[in-house]
Design a protein. Structure first.
Lengths: 513, 341
C-alpha cells in the first residue's frame, strides 16, 4: 500500500495510526550524485522509543541517508516506510508534517524573532480578527517548555541565546510538530559538558515518550552514553546494526574503518629545542587577560578549556586577527608587534582556524587555489606574476604527501569530505614552511581515519622542530598529543600540566573550577 | 562518499586532470544563437542579412566598446563580491574634465581661454587620473568604513554627476583638438577595449593580484587569515575600476568630439549587465574577463538587432531588462546545481 504523504498526514491527524514493528524503515536505498554513489543498497530501521546512532567516517553516507529520511533528497531506488506505510517525501516540510523532524548542525532559527515566534512560525495561533494571538502563543510555548524541562523566556529574541539554548529551541520546535522521529546531526559539537548533560536528559525524556531518535555523532563516548542501537556505514554501504551494550569501542572503530587502528595518538618523544614563541601578559580587553606561556621547538603545547574559555581568542590574537590590547609576543627572543595575519605569516607562523567553512575554505574555488593562497604572500611570485608551474607542482606534492583523496587538483574544495578539506587547509599552511603552527580544533568533525593521519602529521612536524600549539575540545586528543597542557577558564590561564601528570580529571578541575 | 574518487586519488591527484569546457562556452553559444535568430528574422522581415554586413557589425562593436571598457573594471569589482554604481557618472565627469583641457586654441573657450593646444596625452591622463581618484575614494570608503559598496558607489554616482554639471554650469565643451579626437575615431575605441580586456584577463588569471581578488570574493574571512591585506586590495580593485571608467569617459568625449554633463547616464547598469550576462556571479569569487567581453558583444548584438528589425526603442528597453534578469536567474541556477553536485 502506498499512500501519498498528504494522505498519511491526514491519517496521522485522525489518530488511526497503523502499528508497525518499526517507526521508520528504509530498505534497499540507493542514491547517486553525478559521478558518485553516495548510498548503495542501504537499510536502516528505527524502533519506537529508542535512540539510534548513525556511525561512520565522513563520506560514509550518513548525511545522505539522513537527508533522504528528512525529505531533502529523494532516493533513486528503495523504499522508506513510516509505521509500515510506504511514503515518498517531497520536501522537508512534507517530512515534518509526517512526523519526521530534523535538527541541523547549522541551526535554522531567525535571530530577530522571539523564541515563541520561531517555534510556532507558520502555525501561529490567531485571535478573532485574524491577527497573531501573542498571549496564546506564549502560553503554548510555556506548556511545551514545561513538558521538556527547558527554562527559557518565550519572549526573548533568539539572537540573544547561546548555541545550546538555540538547540533547545530547535528541539522544542521539532517536538511541537508532535514528531515521532527526531533526527539530530551532531547536536553536541558546540556544547559544554553541562549543556550536553541537559540535552541528554531531554533526549531520554523524549525516548520514554515513545519518540524514535536518529543520532549522528563522531564521539564514541556519547554513543555508549545515550544510544540504544547503532548502525554503521562505510563508503556508502550498510555494514550492520547492533545494540550498543553488546560491543566495545574497538569493535565499532573496526566496523567503521574496516581495519584495526593500532595507535590513535602516535605521539613520539622528540628532542625539545629552544623557546621559539614567548608570550607575556597577553590581554584582549574583555576577552582574556594576562596570558603568558612559552613554546619550544619540537614541543606540542595543548590548549584546553571549555567553549568560551578564550582559547580560540588567544590563538586569533597571536595570529593578528584580533590584535592584543596589551602584552608582548616574542619570537626567538625578539619582541614583535603582530597586528595583522600578514605580519604573523612573515614571522613564519601558521594558523589552522576552528571553523573550516567560515574562515578556512574558499568554498567555490578549487583545491589548487585553496592551497596556494597563503604561500603566494612571499613565494612563487615574480614581478606580480604567479609561477603556475612551480606552485602547481608544490601543491601536487603536498596533496600527495597529505593523501588528499581527489581525482585532481581542479576539484572544488566544497565537493570534498571534511577530512580532505582539512588536509587541503593544512597543506595551505605547510607550504609556507612555518616554525610556529597553531591548530584550532584540527580534527573536529572529521572521520577516524583522517584524524589519525592528521595526528601522525602533527607528530612529524614536531619532530622536524616546529613549535605546535594545539587547541582541542576532545580530551583524549589533548592528553594524547601534548607535551604540556595549558588550561584556561573564563579568559584566564588556570594552570599548566606536564604530559606525565596530566589526566582527564586534572584538566577538568582546572577548566571547570 | 565515493569509492571511485578514492580509487583514483590513490594514484596521483593530477592523473585525472581533464580539460573542461571553458565556462564561457555556454555564453558564446548564447551569442551565436541570438545572432542566428536575427539572421533568420532579418531574411524573413527585412529581406537582408544581419551578419553579412561589415558596416553594421563595426558600428555595433563600436557602440559597446565604451561599455566594455567599464565592464572590465566592474567585473573585477563584482568578483570581490562588490558592486560599482558610479561608473556612468565617472564617465560623464572625466569626459568633461578631459575635454576642457583638450579644446583647440582656435575655439572660443569659456573655461581656460589662455590655454594653448596641449598634446593629447594631457587630457587623456587627466581623465584617467580623475577616474582613478574617484575609484580610490570608493575603495577607501568601502575598505575603511565598512559601508556596503552599494552605498559608497551610489554616493559617488550622485556626486560625480553633480561635479560634471557644476564644472561648466551645464554647458557642453566642444572644439576639441584633432589629436584628442583621434582615439575616438575609426576602430580605435574597439582597440582600446580589447587591449584593456587582454591586460586584465592576464592580470586576473596569472598574477597574484588576480588570485587575491578571487580569494576575497570567495571568502573574505579566509582571505584575511591567509595573510591578504583585504582593505588595501579592495582599494586597488575599486581604483582600477574607476580608472577604467575614466578611460571610458575620455573615449566617449573623443568619439563625440564634445563633452556633456549627461554623458554616460546608465552606463553603469549596462556594464553590470554585460558582466553578469558574461557569467560573473554577483555573490563573488566567480567570473572572467573573456565572459564579460562576450557579454558586452551580446548587449551590442541585441541593440543592433532590434534597430535592424526596426523594433521600437521602448520595446528594446523592456526586453533588455528581461534579459538582464534572466542572466541572473541563470546564475542562481548554476550556483544551485553546483551545490547539489
Amino acid at each position: 500500500m502506498t499512500l501519498s504523504p498528504t494522505t498519511m498526514a491526514a491519517v496521522r491527524a485522525s489518530g488511526a495510526i497503523p502499528n508497525a514493528e518499526y517507526l521508520l524503515a528504509a530498505e534497499g536505498v540507493r542514491k547517486e550524485f553525478p559521478g558518485v554513489v553516495a548510498l548503495d543498497d542501504v537499510e536502516f530501521k528505527l524502533k519506537r522509543g529508542t535512540v539510534h546512532a548513525l556511525m561512520g567516517e565522513n563520506g560514509a553516507g550518513k548525511s545522505t541517508l539522513m537527508k533522504i529520511l528528512a525529505g531533502i533528497y529523494h532516493p533513486d531506488k528503495g523504499s522508506v516506510k513510516l509505521r509500515g506505510v510506504d511514503i515518498q517525501l517531497k520536501s522537508p516540510l512534507d517530512a515534518l508534517e509526517n512526523g519526521i523532524a530534523m535538527i541541523h548542525q547549522e541551526l535554522n532559527l531567525m535571530p530577530f524573532m522571539t523564541v515563541a515566534e520561531n517555534i510556532w512560525i507558520r502555525r501561529e495561533p490567531k485571535n478573532r480578527f485574524g491577527f497573531v494571538d501573542h498571549r496564546e502563543m506564549r502560553r503554548m510555548t510555556a506548556k511545551l517548555f514545561e513538558r521538556l524541562k527547558i527554562h527559557l523566556d518565550p519572549d526573548i529574541e533568539v539572537r540573544h541565546l547561546s548555541v545550546a539554548n538555540r538547540q533547545m529551541v530547535e528541539i522544542a520546535k521539532a517536538v511541537s510538530y508532535e514528531s515521532d522521529v527526531l533526527i539530530m546531526d551532531e547536536p553536541t559539537s558546540a556544547l559544554t559538558e553541562r549543556e550536553v548533560a541537559h540535552l541528554f536528559e531531554i533526549i531520554r525524556d523524549l525516548r520514554s515518550q515513545g519518540i524514535g531518535i536518529v543520532y549522528i555523532t563522531h564521539k564514541m563516548n556519547e554513543l555508549f552514553e545515550i544510544a540504544d542501537e547503532f548502525s554503521v556505514f562505510r563508503d556508502g554501504k550498510y555494514i550492520g546494526t547492533h545494540a550498543s551494550s553488546d560491543v566495545t569501542r574497538d569493535d565499532i572503530i573496526r566496523m567503521m574503518v574496516g581495519r584495526e587502528i593500532t595507535q590513535m595518538f602516535p605521539k613520539e618523544e622528540v628532542p625539545i629545542g629552544d623557546v621559539v614563541l614567548s608570550v607575556k601578559n597577553l590581554t584582549l580587553d574583555g576577552v582574556f587577560h594576562d596570558v603568558s606561556f612559552d613554546v619550544r621547538a619540537g614541543e606540542i603545547l595543548g590548549l584546553a578549556g571549555l567553549v568560551g574559555s578564550g582559547r580560540s581568542n588567544v590563538a586569533e590574537t597571536l595570529f593578528g586577527v584580533t590584535p592584543a590590547s596589551s602584552g608582548t609576543i616574542s619570537i626567538d627572543g625578539k619582541e614583535i608587534v603582530i597586528d595583522t595575519p600578514n605580519t604573523a605569516i612573515r614571522n613564519r607562523m601558521a594558523f589552522l582556524t576552528e571553523d573550516r567553512k567560515d574562515t578556512g575554505c574558499l568554498l567555490i574555488l578549487d583545491i589548487l587555489e585553496n592551497m596556494q593562497i597563503a604561500v603566494l604572500q612571499d613565494r612563487f611570485v615574480k614581478g606580480g606574476f604567479v609561477s603556475e608551474k612551480e606552485v602547481t607542482a608544490a601543491c601536487d606534492d603536498m596533496s600527495r604527501k597529505l593523501r588528499v583523496k581527489t581525482p585532481n587538483l581542479h576539484e572544488r574544495i566544497e565537493n570534498l569530505s571534511g577530512g580532505n578539506q582539512q588536509k587541503v587547509l593544512i597543506g595551505r599552511w605547510l607550504l609556507t614552511n612555518p616554525r610556529i603552527l597553531i591548530l584550532d580544533e584540527p580534527t573536529r568533525g572529521i572521520d577516524v581515519g583522517a584524524k589519525a593521519e592528521i595526528h601522525r602529521l602533527v607528530t612529524e612536524l614536531a619532530r622536524n622542530g616546529v613549535a605546535v600549539i594545539m587547541i582541542s575540545s576532545e580530551m583524549p586528543e589533548v592528553l594524547g598529543m601534548s607535551d604540556r597542557i595549558m588550561v584556561m577558564h573564563e579568559g584566564r590561564v588556570t594552570g599548566f600540566l606536564d604530559r606525565a601528570e596530566a589526566t582527564q580529571i586534572k584538566v577538568m578541575e582546572l577548566a571547570a573550577r | 562518499m565515493d569509492t571511485n574518487i578514492a580509487a583514483q586519488g590513490t594514484t596521483s591527484p593530477l592523473a585525472g586532470t581533464r580539460r573542461r569546457m571553458p565556462p564561457e562556452f555556454n555564453i558564446f553559444l548564447v551569442l551565436i544563437g541570438i545572432a542566428l535568430v536575427y539572421e533568420i528574422l532579418g531574411w524573413i522581415f527585412v529581406g537582408q542579412s544581419f551578419l553579412m554586413n561589415s558596416q553594421r557589425l563595426t558600428i555595433m562593436i563600436l557602440q559597446v566598446s565604451v561599455i566594455g571598457i567599464i565592464a572590465v573594471g566592474v567585473t573585477q569589482v563584482i568578483i570581490t563580491g562588490g558592486i560599482d554604481l558610479s561608473s556612468g557618472s565617472v564617465v560623464g565627469m572625466t569626459a568633461m574634465f578631459s575635454a576642457s583641457v583638450a579644446q583647440a586654441s582656435t575655439w572660443p573657450r569659456a573655461l581656460y581661454p589662455s590655454l594653448t593646444d596641449l598634446p593629447a596625452i594631457v587630457p587623456i591622463g587627466l581623465g584617467v587620473g580623475i577616474g582613478l581618484v574617484a575609484g580610490f575614494i570608493n575603495g577607501s570608503l568601502i575598505a575603511r568604513t565598512k559601508i556596503p559598496p552599494f552605498i559608497a558607489t551610489l554616493g559617488m554616482m550622485v556626486s560625480a554627476r553633480g561635479i560634471s554639471k557644476w564644472y561648466t554650469k551645464g554647458q557642453p565643451v566642444s572644439g576639441l583638438t584633432e589629436q584628442f579626437n583621434f582615439i575616438g575615431t575609426g576602430i580605435w575605441p574597439v582597440v582600446v577595449f580589447l587591449v584593456v580586456a587582454f591586460i586584465f584577463h592576464i592580470a586576473l588569471r596569472y598574477t597574484r593580484y588576480g588570485k587575491f581578488t578571487y580569494a576575497i570574493g570567495a571568502n573574505v574571512q579566509a582571505a584575511r587569515v591567509s595573510g591578504i591585506n583585504v582593505e588595501a586590495h579592495l582599494v586597488k580593485v575599486y581604483a582600477i575600476a574607476g580608472m577604467l571608467a575614466g578611460l571610458a569617459g575620455v573615449v566617449t568625449a573623443a568619439r563625440a568630439q564634445t563633452a556633456q554633463a549627461g554623458m554616460g547616464v546608465m552606463y553603469e547598469l549596462d556594464a553590470i549587465a554585460a558582466t553578469v550576462i558574461g557569467g560573473t556571479s554577483l555573490t563573488g569569487g566567480v567570473g572572467r574577463v573573456t565572459g564579460t567581453v562576450i557579454g558586452t558583444v551580446i548587449l551590442g548584438v541585441m541593440t543592433s538587432g532590434f534597430t535592424f528589425l526596426r523594433v521600437d526603442a521602448y520595446y528594446q528597453e523592456i526586453v533588455k531588462g528581461m534579459i538582464i534578469v534572466a542572466a541572473v536567474v541563470a546564475d542562481v541556477y548554476r550556483q544551485k546545481g553546483r551545490k547539489k553536485a
